[in-house]
Design a protein around this ligand. Structure first.
Ligand code: FPP
Length: 252
C-alpha cells in the first residue's frame, strides 16, 4: 500500500471522478434534470476517450451512489434507462479501444436486464489490456468496507485465518478495486468539497481536486488542467518534503 511519487512519475495511474452537477446544469437551462444526466453522458464519453489517449491505467467513475435511491422515482428510473442505453450503445467502441470495464457496488439491486447487460459487458471486455474503466453503481464506501469485513469474518469463522491476521493490508485485499493501483487523483465537479462516501478506504493518500464546473461542462481541456495540477503536487505519504526531495535526486 502506498507508493512514492517521483518527478518522472507525475501522471496519475488511477483517476477517480465524482461527476456532480448534472441537475444544476439542466436547471440553469430550464430543462428537466434527466437532460442534465444525458449531457453528463456526453462529458463522460469525452473524458473516457481522453484517458484512453493519455494512457491512463485506471478510471473509476461514481455513476450512482447507494444514497441516490432517495431521489424521485422518475429520476432513478430514467438514470437506470440511461445506464442501460449507454452501455448498449458504447460497449462495442470501448471494446475496440481495448477498454476493460468493471462495475463495483451492489448490482443485485438492479433489474435483471441491467444486471445481464453489466455481466455481458464485463465478460466481453475482461481480457482487454487498455484503460480499466470501473463504474461505481449502487456503491457506497461504508458498504464497501463493511462488505470486506463480512468476507474476513467468514474466513475467521471457517478457520482459514484468525483475528490476529486482521490488519490494514488484509482489509485492503477485500475492498473494491484493490487489485489495481491505488487512486492517485480524485476529481469532483459541481463545487462541493466532499467525498460523499466514495471509495473512502481507497482515498487515504489520494490528491483531491475540486472544480466549480458542472459535470456536463467538464471536457478534455478541464481534465488536462487537473492533470497539470496533479503533476505539481508533492506526494509525501507521511514522509517529510526533504526526504522526498532526496529520493527524487537519487532517482533522477
Ligand atoms: C450527479 O449529479 C450525477 C449523477 C447522480 C449521475 C451521474 C451519471 C452520469 C453522468 C451518466 C454516466 C453514465 C454511465 C453509463 C457511466 P446531480 O444530479 O447530483 O447534480 P446536481 O448536484 O446538480 O443536482
Amino acid at each position: 500500500m502506498g507508493k512514492q511519487n517521483t518527478q518522472a512519475e507525475n501522471k496519475p495511474e488511477h483517476i477517480v471522478v465524482v461527476m456532480d452537477g448534472n441537475g444544476r446544469w439542466a436547471k440553469k437551462r430550464f430543462m428537466p434534470r434527466t437532460a442534465g444526466h444525458k449531457a453528463g453522458v456526453k462529458a463522460t464519453k469525452e473524458v473516457v476517450k481522453a484517458c484512453v489517449e493519455n494512457q491512463i491505467k485506471v478510471l473509476t467513475l461514481f455513476a450512482f451512489s447507494s444514497e441516490n435511491w432517495k431521489r424521485p422515482e422518475q429520476e432513478v428510473s430514467s438514470l437506470m434507462e440511461l445506464f442501460l442505453t449507454t452501455l448498449q450503445s458504447e460497449v462495442n467502441e470501448l471494446h475496440e479501444q481495448s477498454v476493460r470495464m468493471r462495475f463495483i457496488g451492489e448490482c443485485s439491486a438492479f433489474s435483471d436486464k441491467l444486471q445481464n447487460r453489466i455481466k455481458q459487458t464485463e465478460e466481453l471486455t475482461q481480457n482487454n489490456s487498455g484503460l480499466c474503466l470501473n463504474i461505481a453503481v449502487n456503491y457506497g464506501g461504508r458498504w464497501d468496507i463493511a462488505n470486506a469485513c463480512q468476507m474476513i469474518a467468514e474466513k475467521i469463522e471457517s478457520g482459514e485465518i484468525t483475528s490476529k491476521d486482521v490488519n490494514a493490508e488484509l482489509v485492503n485485499r477485500y475492498v473494491a478495486v484493490s487489485d489495481l493501483p491505488e487512486p492517485d487523483l480524485f476529481i469532483r465537479t459541481g463545487g462541493d468539497k466532499r467525498i460523499s462516501n466514495f471509495l473512502i478506504w481507497q482515498l487515504a493518500y489520494t490528491e483531491l481536486y475540486f472544480t466549480d464546473l458542472l459535470w456536463p461542462d467538464f471536457n478534455r481541456g478541464e481534465l488536462n488542467e487537473a492533470l497539470t495540477w496533479f503533476a505539481n503536487r508533492q506526494r509525501r505519504f507521511g514522509k517529510t518534503g526533504d526526504q522526498i526531495g532526496q529520493a527524487n535526486k537519487v532517482n533522477c
